[in-house]
Design a protein around this ligand. Structure first.
Ligand SMILES: [Zn+2]
Length: 121
């Protein structure tokens, strides 16, 4: 039998699912989201060193990632070269248009402040 309970987030009554006898939050999205946040917070206070621990373990893992991306790049370098050559003209046109638009928009803004910033770079 379903049992009527009151949601601890929104306070509305809801019917607890018999398969989830410990349910204390109704099934509305907002309340479920709040419940997840709550669980995460609890979990973090219970495992305060988890992320630190992970990080110290991760240096070798990070190295693996770096290696992998290098390998990927090596493998695809030929392809990337071809791709770039094929698209160079199109890319150039695109950038030309883009810069023209960019200058036009900057000109319209005309607050003097932005050009000063650009000179600094
Ligand atoms: Zn609720």
């Amino acid at each position: 039998m379903d049992e009527e309970r009151f949601c601890k987030v929104c306070g509305k009554s809801f019917l607890a699912n018999k398969y989830r006898p410990n349910q204390t939050v109704c099934s509305s999205l907002e309340c479920q989201y709040q419940r997840q946040l709550e669980n995460m917070k609890k979990w973090r206070t219970r495992n305060p060193n988890y992320f630190k621990y992970k990080e110290s373990q991760d240096s070798s893992w990070r190295e693996t990632c770096r290696q992998r991306s290098l390998e990927w790049r090596k493998k695809h370098q030929e392809y990337l070269k071809l791709y770039r050559e094929e698209h160079r003209d199109r890319h150039r046109t695109y950038m030309k248009n883009y810069m023209r638009e960019y200058r036009k928009n900057r000109g319209l803004a005309g607050d003097g402040e932005s050009s000063k910033n650009n000179e600094a770079k």
